[in-house]
Design a protein. Structure first.
Length: 95
């Protein structure tokens, strides 16, 4: 039996200042679809890791930009420790 959380917002669009933006989920779906259409599924291996690492790196970079490079604020916004943030930045070659 599948239980659906009624409070979970699964809307595909969010309205900010009267402008409709696609949700993160829809953006990822479109990019994965474009990747598969361009490169093809038979030439793609480990797609999950590729998408996850690209998304994580972009997320960390954008939040760091937003906080003007403040690692403490970035870690707090991301919900991770500063140590984890530094480990991830090192993995991505930011140190």
């Amino acid at each position: 039996m599948t239980i659906i959380n009624q409070s979970l917002d699964l809307s595909f669009y969010h309205e900010v200042e009267h402008t409709v933006y696609p949700s993160l989920r829809e953006c990822v779906q479109q990019l994965v679809q474009r990747h598969l259409a361009t490169i093809g599924a038979k030439h793609t291996t480990n797609l999950y890791e590729l998408v996850w690492l690209e998304m994580e790196q972009a997320l960390i970079e954008r939040v760091l930009d937003y906080t003007d490079g403040n690692e403490s604020r970035t870690a707090k916004i991301l919900g991770i420790s500063r140590g984890t943030l530094r480990q991830r930045r090192k993995l991505f070659g930011h140190y």
